[in-house]
Design a protein. Structure first.
Lengths: 80, 321
């Protein structure tokens, strides 16, 4: 899969971990941005979504707020 | 869409109760699927759990993952899809998600609960823009800021202890005269000193902000009013039963909307069992351990019931070709 994936997450967010588990279980590479420690990334997050919530998953510019496995399968093309 | 599969037992919900039921049912060698859209349920977002026997200081999501592996190791399927409907035909059940329909001889409902909201004006509009329902998820986003946490139980107290690692100041607000949390959690809270201001007998009256939360107005004993300038408000005021599926099956519900069950987790509908936070078996005492215990009882009851039924009813049974 050639899509560029970036996940904005915090260390204690379990939905973030579910998303990362999904990527790892399906051998999908992604960039993990810890917005708890990175203020610039936090501002970027709010600019992109207008909200302060995680996880936010950016797949080639298409944003997903929260973890929805079915939608993630759709966006990444991973079959169930 | 035709039913794709037939199970001895389908468990609706993949929180701790559903997963515990899946472990037991798998060991009973039933053909089992646990189906749910929110893997891990409330446990997954509970942060570190210290009071589950045998699992010392385990993250809730990791605990749920271990249970999932245990269930899958004994042949139970865990399907990550939201159950949209459960209908009864004859003495069998049709369970539907957006992607599949399956049949089952018995069903365990373990859907858990939904988070309770304040139901104040502006609350919905500012959700995600300062109003949040999960401190473990979104607390760390407010590094250096002032936040309010609303609620008087363990969730809000533990949330304050977690948030204190990041935020500048916490207003911990409860409508009751005192907190109803484990003493050990209250000790951790007191150790935070001035970082936390504890406010009792107080309600949130107004949520103020346009593009984001700017302040909340609180009222003590319905008399004195105070304005708190906060960047976030976390609502941890408990939960309400998720009973849409139960209502559609004409299950008997109690006055608060929880499914009524007997000591074997059986409902008033033959073949339907319920467990976990979706029942009120232990009242307000809703814990991982009670949910898991009820799941195991429900699975045992479903197993005993299935021995009296075994196969599909005449409505669903296909003639041998």
């Amino acid at each position: 899969m050639d899509k560029k994936i970036r996940i904005y997450s915090t260390p204690s967010c379990s939905y973030c971990r579910m998303a990362k588990d999904f990527f790892e279980d399906n051998n999908i590479s992604y960039e993990d941005v810890d917005v708890a420690s990175d203020e610039e990334a936090r501002e970027e997050l709010v600019k992109k979504t207008g909200k302060m919530e995680v996880p936010v998953i950016d797949i080639d510019g298409e944003l997903m707020i929260g973890f929805d496995e079915e939608k993630l399968r759709e966006l990444t093309g991973v079959q169930s | 869409m035709e039913a794709s599969e037939k199970y001895d037992l389908v468990i609706v919900g993949t929180g701790v109760s559903g997963l515990a039921a899946a472990i037991y049912a798998g060991r009973y060698k039933l053909k089992v699927a646990a189906i749910g859209g929110e893997f891990g349920g409330a446990t997954a977002t509970a942060g570190v759990i210290w009071n589950y026997p045998g699992a010392k200081g385990v993250d809730g999501y990791e605990l749920a993952k271990t249970m999932r592996k245990q269930a899958e190791d004994v042949g139970s399927e865990i399907i990550d899809e939201k159950v949209e409907a459960v209908t009864k035909g004859g003495h069998c059940f049709l369970i539907e998600t957006k992607k599949r329909k399956v049949l089952a001889s018995t069903v365990i409902l373990a859907m858990g609960t939904k988070r309770r909201h304040l139901n104040l004006p502006n609350e919905k509009e500012l959700t995600g823009k300062g109003v949040h329902y999960c401190v473990t998820c979104d607390g760390p986003l407010y590094g250096g800021k002032d936040v309010a946490i609303i609620g008087g139980g363990d969730a809000s107290v533990k949330g304050a202890v977690l948030a204190a690692q990041y935020v500048n100041k916490i207003y911990l607000i409860t409508m009751d005269p005192e907190f109803n949390a484990e003493p050990i959690n209250m000790d951790s809270l007191r150790n935070l000193g001035d970082k936390v201001e504890i406010i009792t007998d107080t309600l949130v009256k107004e949520i103020v902000g346009t593009d984001k939360l700017e302040e909340i107005k609180i009222t003590k004993n319905k008399t004195a009013e105070r304005v708190l300038d906060v960047d976030a408000m976390f609502v941890e005021i408990g939960s309400i039963p998720d009973n849409a599926v139960a209502s559609a099956l004409n299950l008997k519900l109690d006055d608060e909307g929880y499914i009524e069950v007997d000591n074997n987790m059986a409902t008033n509908v033959a073949g339907v069992f319920a467990s976990g936070d979706t029942v009120n078996f232990f009242g307000d005492f809703k814990q991982c351990i009670t949910a898991a215990a009820m799941g195991s009882v429900a699975a045992t009851s479903a197993y005993n019931y299935s021995k009296t039924r075994g196969d599909l009813c005449s409505l669903h049974k296909k003639p041998a070709s």
